[in-house]
Each structure stands twice: as C-alpha cells, then as structure tokens.
Design a protein around this ligand. Structure first.
Ligand code: UGA
Length: 436
C-alpha cells in the first residue's frame, strides 16, 4: 500500500470521480463520499455512471486505493485534506446555488486540523464566507480546469494548478501542492479570492473567444470570407493562439453557460454591469438559432419537412445534454413545423426524455432516411467517416448544414450534397439535386 497521504473527496459527480480516480492513479489512497447510495453501489460493482474516456480503466486499475462510501465519518477518520466537488447549479436569479457546498462545510466541521479544498466552481468571496463560518477549518481554493471528454488527460497534464490560500492556511496549501507535485506542472500560489476569480475569468474568456469567432463567422457569411481560414490566420499569432476559435452553433455544457451567467451576476450584485459578458451570452443564445435561416434558404418553409440532427450531446465524447445547442435547435425546428429525427453515438438515451417529440435513430444513416436536410450538431469523429454517398441516396434531399464546420466540404459536395457551414461561404449553395 502506498505511503502517500490519504485524500478525501466529497461528491462523486463528474469532477469528483475524475479527481478521485486521478489522485488514486498518482498513488494516494482516496476515500470518496457520495450521498446517493445507488451511485456508491454501482461504483462498487465496477459500473461507471458517466461517459468519460479512460475513466473506467483508471478506476479499475486503482480499485485497491479507491474507497467509495456514503458515510462522511469514514472519510473524516482517515483524510485531513478534503476536496469538495459538489454541484453549484444556477438559481433562478442566475447566481450559483451554494447549498451543497455549505452542507459539505457544515458536515466537515470546524476543526480537527482539516483542510477543505474547494474544487467546485464558486463565486468570488465564497472562501472568505466559509472561513468566517468555520475559522478552525483550513481553506484552499483549487479550481478544476477539466474538459468533459478529455478530463483524465487534463488532470494528468495540467497547464497549471491554482492553489489559493491565506497565510494562516499555508500548511494546507503546501499539502495540496504536494499532492500535485508529481505532475510537474506550474503551481500558481495565490490568495483565495484571486484563485476563485482565475477560474471564473478563464471560463468567461474562453466563452468570449467562442462568441467572438461566432460573430466573425456571421459576418463572413455576409461578405464571402471563410471563418476557418480567418481563424487559421488569426491563431498563428502567438498572442491569440489557435484554440477555441472554432465557429459553430455556440457553447453548451454545464460550465460555460452557468459560469458566464454567474460572473455576470456576481458583478451585477455589486453594481457593476459586465457589458462584454452580457453580449457573449446573447451572441451564444442567438447562434444556436442561426441554422433555421440556413435551412429555409434552401427549403423555404420548414412545415412538414424532415430534418435529421447528427449529434445531440453538447460536445463529442460525452453523453452530457446540459445546455446542449441541440435542445434549442430541435425545439426551434419543431416550432417551425418540422419533423425532427436525431442520432447521437451515446446521448440518445439521455436526450430521449428531454426531446420527447424527436425520433431517436439507431444510426446516422437511419436518422437521414427520407430527410430533407441534415444538421451536424456535434462533431463526433464518426460523422467525418460516414459514407456520405450512401447518405445522399437515403435522403429525400441531400442538404447538410455543418454546425461545427467539421466536415470536408468538397468531399460531401462530391458525394452529392449541398453544403452549408457556419461562416463558410465559398460553398454558396448549389441548388440541391435530388439523389437518384
Ligand atoms: C469547460 C472548460 O474548457 C474547462 O477548462 C473547465 O474546467 C470546464 O468548462 C468547467 O468549468 O468545469 P467543458 O464545458 O467540458 O470545459 O467543454 P469545452 O471543451 O470547453 O467546450 C464547451 C463548449 O464550447 C462546447 O459546447 C463546445 O462545442 C464549444 N466550443 C469549444 C466551441 O463552440 N468552439 C470552440 O472553439 C471550442
């Protein structure tokens, strides 16, 4: 058994499970507490409740170092450094709901030489409030920068690890930095409020980059430039960088929409109007709806037309449907009177309950059968490899709107498709010919 310090994890959601499994992989015994007993039982049976590449293997490989339990006392008996990974969903007012965080603080208690390490994304000032309520508990802000679909890699190869603590809690900050030391990543030691802001500002900046390139794409649509070429040229500037410059149907997921809103509200609550962020959010909302005008340009009214959605999850390699662009798009299409079919490699189960009027297909080709148009919503690799000539034959009208600028436009056009990207004119629609 390893001699490394045992670590506690509170909340075995997506962040908690990845954190627990990765620290176990780094050699720490990890005791993870989850209040939902069925989840603990499933994990004990070897079932992993989320779709995250590499995670099941990691959990299996580190079984002897990982304990899942519903009992917090078991965790408190052996771990003094406790990572809190509970959810902070938005409230009706757009602020973050901190009830799960506060319950964890209360349960961990005010003393016992323990450190609470906040992984959950919380408003700036949360650490200060918790320190007032539990002055005997050391507090460290150590925000997560994991992306769904690449979370294990992001944990193991971080660009940086942020460790925010007050001088009084330096021992706890040292313990957290030690837990990550083996990864050899830059450690940003700072104060609690700055650490909290680094997380919110990082997500807000990435969301801004996406909304920015989406607006450039919308202008490209009008002036005949190709946004993928524009992004390529911009991204080579070291000061800009190539990442997060993919124009498309906007950002979704459990983080960017929630965190941009929470930062906007945090500013608003202290009387500051965060104008730029308001625009980022609005651009993103409108972006999900742009597909309908691209469809009507080719099809006229969508009443009675059959539209196939390829991909439903908010991004590839996950079954997460939270704030997925597909939800808004499917509802919009239904609102226009269209009949909507859809296929996603992993999310149709989760999506079925959210989109009861959408016909869920077992394969991309089945979804495309008899369709008047296809919309690529999620850039799953299997769509790049689809037999597009066969797809054209199956459709009533071979038209594709590539909502992620993901496909090889020339290849799908030579397979018989009319192709529309986002901000990619140059592919100005030929009149779609009906495949024979
Ligand atoms: C995001 C951040 O990238 C993580 O660093 C952060 O830890 C996480 O939120 C969080 O706060 O927990 P995630 O939501 O998993 O991670 O996914 P991203 O890969 O960032 O993508 C978010 C959305 O932006 C997706 O809908 C994606 O399709 C969209 N996107 C991304 C674009 O439209 N264009 C791009 O160029 C990049």
């Amino acid at each position: 058994m390893s001699e490394k310090e045992p670590l506690g994890v509170v909340g075995v959601g997506w962040v908690g499970l990845v954190t627990a499994a990765c620290f176990a992989e780094l050699g720490h015994p990890v005791i993870a507490r989850e209040i939902v007993a069925e989840k603990v039982e499933a994990l004990d049976r070897g079932e992993v409740p989320i779709h995250e590449p590499g995670l099941p293997e990691l959990i299996e490989r580190n079984r002897d170092r990982l304990t899942f339990t519903t009992e917090l006392d078991r965790l408190l008996e052996s771990a003094r450094v406790i990572f809190v990974c509970v959810q902070t969903p938005p409230t009706h007012s757009g602020d973050a709901d901190l009830s799960a965080v506060m319950q964890a603080v209360e349960e961990i208690g005010n003393g016992g030489d323990r450190a609470l390490v906040m992984k959950s994304t919380v408003p700036v000032g949360t650490g200060r409030t918790i320190k007032r309520q539990a002055p005997g508990l050391a507090y460290v802000s150590c925000p997560e920068f994991l992306r769904e679909g690449t979370a294990v890699k992001d944990f193991m190869e971080p660009d940086r690890v942020v460790v925010g603590a007050d001088a009084d809690d330096a021992w706890a900050a040292d313990a957290v930095a030690d837990a990550y030391a083996v990864l050899d990543a830059p450690i940003v030691r700072t104060d609690v409020s700055s650490a909290e802001m680094i997380k919110l500002a990082s997500n807000a900046f990435l969301a801004t980059k996406i909304s920015f390139i989406n607006e450039i794409a919308n202008v490209c649509d009008e002036v005949g430039a190709d946004v993928t070429e524009v992004a390529r040229g911009m991204g080579m500037d070291d000061r800009i960088g190539p990442k997060f410059l993919n124009a498309g149907l906007g950002f979704g997921g459990s983080c960017f929409p929630k965190d941009t809103q929470a930062l906007k509200m945090l500013a608003g609550n202290i009387g500051y109007h965060f104008q730029l962020l308001s625009s980022v959010i609005e651009v993103n909302e409108l972006q999900k709806r742009r597909v309908t005008s691209k469809l009507t340009k080719h099809l006229g009214s969508l009443e009675g037309k059959r539209i196939a959605l390829l991909g439903l999850a908010f991004k590839p390699d996950t079954d997460d449907m939270r704030e997925a662009s597909s939800l808004v798009l499917a509802s919009r299409l239904e609102g226009e009177g269209a009949e909507v079919a859809a296929y996603d490699p992993v999310a149709t189960g989760v999506a079925g309950a959210l989109l009861p009027n959408v016909e869920m297909a077992d394969s991309a080709l089945d979804a495309l059968e008899g369709a008047d148009a296809a919309v690529l919503v999620t850039d799953w690799p299997e769509f790049a490899e689809l037999d597009w000539a066969e797809a054209a034959k199956r459709m009533a009208n071979p038209l594709i709107v590539d909502g992620r600028n993901f496909l090889d436009a020339d290849a799908v056009r030579s397979a018989g498709f009319a192709y529309e990207g986002i901000g990619r004119p140059g592919v100005e629609a030929e009149k779609p010919a009906k495949a024979s």
